[in-house]
Every structure is written in structure tokens, then in C-alpha cells.
Design a protein around this ligand. Structure first.
Ligand SMILES: Nc1ncnc2c1ncn2[C@@H]1O[C@H](COP(=O)(O)OP(=O)(O)OP(=O)(O)O)[C@@H](O)[C@H]1O
Length: 894
């Protein structure tokens, strides 16, 4: 079931957010484009920017390629920066402050400000306090007091030009050229650093965030790698300044190597000395090096280092959220909570739970949404590309997208895709996400019995975790993913833990804009999430949940549809997944049809897919065996050839093996296949004759038990959550005696079906009496009515007409026509009432070679709405009264 849900709050939330979003877009487009924007279009070549305003940095130097937000309070400086930005040279100089121990300086910035002490220090005094080597920084944006810079080049101050604001003349320093002969060593170090950085990035998500704020990841050379490494290594500011000042590329790479190594050790250290790791470990790094190495050896596991929790100061988290904060993307109440926890870390309260908490809180994609794509034509193409048929479902999804196009707001109901297994519910939801350009997340709610899975744990114990929705947002990295709530009809029951209540809160537009996860303990906005649900049986979904959904039924596929799906989708996908080239295997239509009809009589295509996978796995194995045999034989021949010192003649067998090998190398390695090789390639042709070699003998036992239906047996049609199915109603005579008339019922029937059988007995008796008052069969016969397969529970009223027919057949000793099936509820007066699951029942009848079907008149419209391929070749009758059924079932000539 596909449920597309957006809150009616969405519109207003989007409106509120739109200004931020615009700001974010503008910001990102500037970030990703290092070329000048409109306002800086006349910017001169970097080389010309020699005279710049000097901005002191307190926390760390600005590395070329990285962004840095600043908070500038001095209006004079702001005006100067503004002037630079809109003028010819949108640049400033960023220089690390040498000494930050001066309390007057430290107290002048809040926990989120990088630093602004320009109003405290001026002119020469300031000049003396900053490092002379810094960075030429492009001014990307200025919003109020917030300035965003991106590092471009290294600079060295040569003289002061102006005192207030401090303006300096600089020269751009270049890396030392390296000798060609050093290139090999540099290259080796380069690769070493790359592999170490890879390891570091696996270690912690904190550094991964920093990578995202780097602009030149696609354009790496030795120099840039060293800078990049410095930016993400987590080194302290003095080390980074050292890297900034180091112009020898090899030495710079070496510095990074060392730094990354130290950080890995720091991670390890935090794992074995958690309490001491709480304090700043910078100073301890070098001294603990030895101890850690010893412990590493003791544990004998290098991997251990990777898996452990790094000790970080609040700065790491601050860095993670700095830009989001500047863009006001994080709600104020969350900022407040973050700040409180940062302060706890600053005070040294470095408990695992604070770390964990902040790790989640700061990692959420506050304000970050993927842009919805409401291009209907593109969406249609994607849906058709991924799925055959499913006309109604696709139409409904396109309607939803069309509404989004007109309103720029994907408001709609939650869509619930309901149908038997394997009809494509999950995969269509995935396609919708692809069509809309949203991230996809599948949340299996089947069997879920504890609301904490959705709402998270309270942070009363250290292993507490947030709920699935928070995990989802962190994983997808956007606030507007498409979340598939899979198998919502199988939600577990628990009064105490009430998972349904948690789901209602999640799906309710009134509540989910302020969804409260117990672990996060701050409301989060889930109104932009698009919820889609799936279910096999919507009857099992509780009323309040179902009320919020718009159900779209996926009834199952006809044999013809399955053929298309198998040939055009399943075979191609499975073949690709098994690494087999299309020209190597040909599965004939006949084989596919045989599979469909004799191996997988199901509503969906799940089993069909499994059978096709079986075929291709067997072929893959054959190919691999061939290759191994060919290689072995070739090696043998080569060695005997060598033994004979060239005197051996290549036999035909050798040549054949060599060809097979070439062919195989093509198949496995994807190399070009020569024409010659192609000829000897073993092409696998799968048809009806050899299908059993791949998938075994047909396992399917037909639903049809009787070739010729005997007296007292009639075929009915049933609906189950697995799709439609045929079922027989059998009645037999037990004993006769005056006044002994009665009915014994078996077959694991539910109460409704049992009542139905009693009604059928009464109606059949009346009909018999009307037709032949002399006939006392029902009055004097004890009868037994059974519905095979006795182990399967059955219920529902729709077998009423089938039961009456079965009883009358026995009473008249006349079998019904052989190719007949029927369904319909019957009242005591013999009127026929409508049934559900008409499409599934029709398809089940087709699968059992039924030619004539009797449906209630009230279902005529449902039948007419079916696709032609489902209706084709069937003789369908619609009836209001049982009398009409009597005519159809017994009024035939033998
Ligand atoms: N109309 C279709 N066209 C192409 N492939 C299809 C179609 N319907 C189903 N499939 C394929 O069949 C397989 C099973 O589908 P899927 O897992 O989406 O079924 P489902 O309805 O979600 O089943 P379940 O209820 O068991 O989760 C998938 O590989 C899917 O791509």
C-alpha cells in the first residue's frame, strides 16, 4: 500500500521556511560555484588581491578550500567587507591569532561565534598578535553580522596599510617546486595519506561532515591533499598553522600523516581511557603514543582502533552545525539545547551520553531538503521504466505529482498500497521516491510491538537510542524523504507499549510537525516527510490509522502481465545481477509461460523472480566451472608442451579449450569478445524441454482437485491476503431417516461462514420444496458440508451461493457444469449480495481454467472496470436472485 502523506501544515511550514530555503539555495549555489557570482562578477584575478582587510581568527586558521563562518560585530569592518564584496575584490585576509589566552579576548565571543575581537584590538597591536602567514579568503556572503568566507590561497603580510580597520599589504606565497626525482616519494606519501584519511573518515561521522564543506574534492593534487588532510584531521590550531606555513609539499604531507596517526591514536585512547579522554587530549597525544601502541599490540587488533568512539570537544560539534546555525536552519529551541550541552562538554562533563546525544542532535539534517521534482513527464517515464502495467497506481501517483506542480506543495493524503505479496508495492514506492527526487527509507513496521522503536528511548540509561524516524533522518540526510511504512497491517499489538499510538502521532498532520522523540527530547518537524504504507490486507489496519490513508489496491497480475514483467524486467535485472551477458542466455517465452503456469501460480511475481534467479545462478555456476576446467586443462597442456620442448603439436582439444577460456574471460572480466570466440561461446537456451534441469520438476499442485466435478461439489471463489483463490464446497449424504434432516459442517470455518452454511441449508430446502414438494431429501437426510483444505482457516459470507448449489446438486443428484465457478452472499430470501476482491477472484478463476463465472449483479461495474486482458475469454453472468444461478448451474444439456 502506498501512502503519500503530507501534513496540511506543510503549506504554512513551507512558507515559513521558504525564506530560509531561498537563502540556503543562494548560499549553496555560491558555495559550489567558485566562479564569481553576479555581485562579484568583476572580481580581478586572485594574484591582484594583494591589499586586504586582516581578519583575526581565534579558533583555527582557514585552510584553502574550506569554508568558515565569522561573526563580525564592528560596523566599520562590516562596511569595509561589504564594500570589498560588492566591489572589484571580494577578498579579505584571514590570520590566526597567536595568543588566545588573554581573558579579555576569550570572553568577547559566544560559543557559536568563531571570533571577533577587532573591536578590542586595533592597528599595530592587532598586527603583532596575528600570525604573518594566513589565507586569502573570498567573501561569499554577508548577512547581518554573519560573514562566510572560503579559503583560496596562502598569504604573507608584508606591511600595514591602514590601522582601522586593519588593512595589510601581502604577497601570495607559493609552494616550493619539487624535483622530479622526489615525485616518487611524494606520490607514495600521497597514497599513504589517502588511505589513512579513508580510515579516518570511516572512524567518525564528524570528519565526514567537514569533508562536505570542502570545495575541491574532485580536483586533488599533492598540495591540495595536504591542505584537505589538515582540514579534516582534527589537529589543533597550532599544527594546522604549521601546515599552512609549510611550503614544502612533501613535508606538508608528512605533517598530515603524523597528525592523522595521532588522531587515530586519540580515538583509541578515548576508548581505553574514557574518563581521561573527557579532558582535552591534545597535550596528551604524543605522550600516550607509546602506551597506546603497547595496548594495540596486546589487543592485537588494528580494527579495534577504527570502531571506537573518538573523544571530541564541543568544538567538533560546533563546527558541524556552524553553517546551519548561520543560515538559521536549526530551530531556536534546538539551538538552545545544543548550547546547553556544548557548555556541559566545555565544562568537562564529557559523559558518553552527552557525546551520544550531541552526535545525534547535531547530525540531523536541520533545514536540509532535497528539491522536489514535479516533472510529470519525467515521473511517468521513471514509473514506466521500473514497472509494467499498474495503470491505476501510476495514474494516482501522477495525479499527486501534478498537484505538486500546480501548488509547489506536495500536499496529499497518505497513500496505502494494498495487495498480495510480490505485486510491486515496495518497488513502486521506491520509484516514486526516484521520480520525486526524494531520498527513500524503508521502515518495516510489521511485528513492531514497542512504541520506543518509533519514539525512541528515554535517556535514562547509556545505551538509549533515538527512534526509527530520527535514525531515518540521519541516514538520508534530508528532512523530506519518502518513508515507506512496510506491512502496516502486521503491526504488533501491545497495550502497554502502544505502537499504534506512536504511528498515529507520526502520521497525523496535526501532530507530526512537532514530533517528539523521547531520546532527542526536542520536537522535530516531520511534516515534510512523505509517508507511503504497504499492506496485504487493509481489514487488519485499525480504523483510526485507515482513516488517514487513501488505499490503492494492487490486485495481482494476469499470466499475460506476468509474461511481460518476466521478459522485460525480471530476466534483464537478474541477468545483470548475475554478471551474465545478454547474448549468453536466451530464456524462451514458452519456458517463461511454463514457469508461470506450473511453478508459480501466485498473484504477484515474487516466486517467479526466485525461479528466474535459480536459472541464472545455475548458468553462472556452469560458466565458472567451464572456466576453471579450461584454465586447468590449458595449464596441463602448457606444461606438457614445455616438457616436450616445443615438439608437441597443438591438438584440436587444446584449441577448443583456449577458445572457451577466451570466451569465459570475456564473460567474467567483461573484456571484448572476439568473433571467433563468440562462435564457440556456449549459449544457454532455456525452453520447456530443459527448464526442469534448472528449476526442478513442477512443484505446483493445481487448485483444481477434480477433473470432472462430482455431484454435491461446486467451485467457489475466495479472496485472501495472498490474492484470489478457488475453493471447492463439497456436500455429501450421511444417513437418512424420517425427521433426521440436518447439516454437519467442517473445514476450519469461521462463524460467519458457518452461519452462511446454515442459511444455505434453509434456502436450498425451500427451493427444493418450491420445485418439487414431494422431494423430502432435506427433511430426512443428514448431510455433511466440507470446505477443503481443512487446515486453512476460512471465513466470510461470499460462499453462500456456492453452498446452496452444492446442496441442491446433491439433492437432485445432478452435477453442475464443469467449468463453472461462483461467488456471492445469499440472504434467507435468496437475494444475492455483492462481494469484495472481484479482480483477484477473476484471476484465480482464470488460473483454474474456469470459463463461466457467476458474480452478483451489484459487482457488474467492478468487472467492467477490469482490464481487457483479465476479462478476455470469460463467460460472466451477473445475478440478483438465486433462481438465476439455478438455471445457469443445472439448466444445461449433458
Ligand atoms: N509491474 C511490475 N513490473 C516490473 N517488476 C515488478 C512489477 N511488479 C513487481 N515487480 C518486481 O517483483 C519483485 C517483488 O516486488 P516487491 O518486493 O515490490 O513486492 P511487494 O508487493 O512489496 O511484496 P511484499 O508484500 O511481499 O513486500 C520486485 O523485484 C519488483 O521489482
Amino acid at each position: 500500500m502506498l501512502k503519500l502523506f503530507t501534513s496540511h501544515h506543510v503549506a504554512s511550514r513551507l512558507r515559513n521556511r521558504s525564506s530560509h530555503k531561498l537563502a540556503r539555495r543562494a548560499f549553496l549555489s555560491t558555495l559550489t560555484d567558485s566562479k564569481p557570482t553576479d555581485t562579484v562578477s568583476a572580481k580581478p584575478c586572485l594574484e591582484d588581491c594583494q591589499t586586504v582587510i586582516a581578519l583575526p581568527l581565534l579558533r583555527k586558521p582557514l585552510i584553502p578550500g574550506f569554508y568558515m563562518p565569522l561573526y563580525v560585530k564592528d560596523p566599520k569592518i562590516l562596511a569595509a567587507l561589504q564594500e570589498s564584496k560588492s566591489g572589484q575584490a571580494p577578498y579579505a585576509g584571514a590570520f590566526l591569532l597567536k595568543d588566545d589566552k588573554d581573558p579579555s579576548i576569550s570572553s568577547s565571543y559566544s560559543s557559536f561565534e568563531t571570533v571577533n575581537i577587532l573591536d578590542k584590538l586595533k592597528g599595530k597591536e592587532l598586527l603583532n598578535k596575528i600570525h604573518q602567514v594566513g589565507t586569502l579568503a573570498q567573501i561569499l556572503s554577508i548577512q547581518g553580522e554573519q560573514v562566510i568566507l572560503i579559503g583560496r590561497k596562502r598569504l604573507q603580510i608584508t606591511e600595514m596599510v591602514n590601522e582601522d580597520p586593519l588593512t595589510v599589504k601581502t604577497h601570495h606565497i607559493k609552494d616550493k617546486p619539487y624535483d622530479k626525482k622526489d615525485k616518487v616519494i611524494i606520490k607514495a606519501t600521497y597514497f599513504e595519506v589517502i588511505s589513512m584519511l579513508r580510515e579516518v573518515l570511516e572512524t567518525t561521522s564528524l570528519w565526514r561532515d567537514q569533508v562536505q564543506t570542502y570545495t575541491q574534492a574532485n580536483d586533488f593534487n599533492y598540495n591540495k591533499l595536504a591542505d584537505f588532510g589538515a582540514g579534516i584531521s582534527g589537529a589543533n590550531k597550532h599544527k594546522i598553522q604549521e601546515v599552512l606555513e609549510e611550503l614544502d609539499v612533501h613535508k606538508r604531507l608528512d605533517l598530515i600523516k603524523k597528525q592523522v596517526e595521532i588522531n587515530k591514536i586519540q580515538v583509541f585512547h578515548a576508548s581505553i581511557f574514557p574518563e581521561s579522554a573527557a579532558k582535552t587530549v591534545e597535550d596528551k597525544k604524543e605522550s600516550t603514543l607509546k602506551t597506546v601502541e603497547d595496548k594495540k599490540e596486546e589487543s592485537g587488533s588494528a580494527k579495534y582502533v577504527k570502531k571506537t568512539r573518538p573523544s571530541v570537544s564541543a568544538d567538533k560539534f560546533r563546527e558541524r552545525v556552524d553553517i546551519k546555525l548561520l543560515m538559521e536552519e536549526i530551530p531556536k529551541h534546538v539551538v538552545k539545547v545544543m548550547e546547553e550541552n556544548f557548555e556541559k562538554l566545555d565544562r568537562g562533563e564529557n559523559s558518553k551520553s552527552i557525546y551520544n546525544y550531541l552526535d545525534w542532535l547535531t547530525a540531523l539534517p536541520w533545514g536540509k531538503c532535497s528539491d522536489d521534482n514535479f516533472d510529470v513527464l519525467r515521473a511517468e517515464k521513471i514509473l514506466d521504466e521500473d514497472h509494467y502495467g499498474l495503470r491505476d497506481v501510476k495514474e494516482r501517483i501522477l495525479e499527486f505529482i501534478a498537484v505538486g506542480t500546480l501548488t509547489q506543495n506536495p500536499e496529499g493524503k497518505i497513500i496505502c498500497l494494498s495487495g498480495p505479496p510480490g505485486v510491486g508495492k515496495t518497488s513502486i514506492a521506491r520509484s516514486v521516491a526516484r521520480a520525486l527526487g526524494r531520498k527513500f527509507f524503508r521502515l518495516a513496521v510489521g511485528g513492531l510491538s514497542d512504541s520506543s522503536e518509533i519514539k525512541g528511548d528515554r535517556r535514562v540509561y547509556s545505551e538509549a537510542m533515538p527512534g526509527k524516524m530520527v535514525q531515518c533522518l540521519k541516514e538520508v540526510g534530508t528532512e523530506n524523504p519518502l518513508v515507506l511504512l512496510d506491512e502496516i497491517d502486521k503491526l504488533g499489538q501491545s497495550r502497554k507499549h502502544d505502537p499504534e499510538g506512536a504511528l498515529l502521532e507520526l502520521l497525523d498532520p496535526q501532530q507530526n510537525a512537532h514530533f517528539l522523540d523521547y531520546f532527542l527530547d526536542v520536537p522535530i518537524d516531520l511534516s515534510k516527510v512523505l509517508f507511503v504504507c504497504t499492506a496485504n490486507d487493509t481489514d487488519l489496519i485499525s480504523g483510526p490509522l485507515l482513516d488517514r490513508m487513501e488505499v490503492i489496491e494492487l490486485a495481482g497480475y494476469t499470466a499475460d502481465e506476468k509474461m511481460h514483467i518476466a521478459r522485460d524486467y525480471l530476466v534483464k535485472t537478474v541477468q545483470r545481477k548475475c554478471g551474465i551477458k545478454p547474448e549468453q542466455v536466451d530464456v524462451s517465452d514458452g519456458a517463461l509461460l511454463f514457469l508461470i503456469e506450473n511453478y508459480c501460480r501466485e498473484a504477484g511475481v515474487r516466486n517467479l523472480q526466485k525461479q528466474i534467479e535459480k536459472i541464472f545462478r545455475k548458468i553462472a555456476l556452469k560458466l565458472v566451472r567451464q572456466q576453471a576446467a579450461a584454465k586447468e586443462a590449458m595449464a596441463d597442456l602448457k606444461s606438457s608442451e614445455a616438457a616436450a620442448k616445443g615438439s608437441i603439436e597443438l591438438t584440436n582439444e587444446y584449441l577448443r579449450l583456449a577458445d572457451v577460456l577466451k570466451v569465459f574471460e570475456y564473460a567474467v572480466g567483461g573484456g571484448p569478445m572476439s568473433e571467433e570466440s563468440r562462435e564457440v561461446a556456449e549459449n544457454f537456451m532455456i525452453d520447456e524441454s530443459n527448464l526442469a534441469d534448472y528449476v526442478g520438476k513442477p512443484v505446483f499442485r493445481g487448485e483444481r482437485i477434480y477433473g470432472q466435478t462430482p455431484v454435491g461439489v461446486v467451485m467457489g471463489l475466495a479472496w485472501t491476503s495472498m490474492g484470489g483463490s478457488t475453493l471447492y464446497i463439497e456436500t455429501t449424504f450421511v444417513e437418512e431417516g424420517e425427521g433426521k434432516g440436518g447439516l454437519h459442517i467442517t473445514g476450519h470455518l469461521g462463524s460467519v461462514m458457518k452461519e452462511s452454511a446454515e442459511i444455505a441449508h434453509t434456502v436450498a430446502r425451500r427451493i427444493m420444496f418450491d420445485k418439487d414438494p414431494e422431494n423430502l431429501f432435506f427433511a430426512n437426510s443428514k448431510l455433511h458440508l466440507h470446505v477443503p483444505e481443512g487446515a486453512t482457516p476460512k471465513d466470510g459470507p461470499s460462499a453462500g451461493c456456492t453452498m446452496i448449489t452444492s446442496l441442491l446438486s446433491l439433492a437432485m443428484k445432478k452435477p453442475v457444469r464443469n467449468d463453472l465457478a461462483m461467488t456471492g452472499e445469499v440472504t434467507l430470501t435468496g437475494r444475492i449480495l455483492p462481494i469484495g476482491g472481484l479482480k483477484e477472484k477473476t484471476m484465480a478463476a482464470r488460473r483454474s481454467q474456469v470459463k463461466v463465472i457467476i458474480f452478483p449483479e451489484a459487482n457488474r461495474r467492478d468487472f467492467e472496470d477490469l482490464e481487457e486482458s483479465v476479462k478476455e475469454g470469460l463467460d460472466v453472468h451477473f445475478v440478483d436472485e438465486y433462481e438465476q444461478i439455478f438455471e445457469l448451474a443445472f439448466g444445461y444439456d449433458h
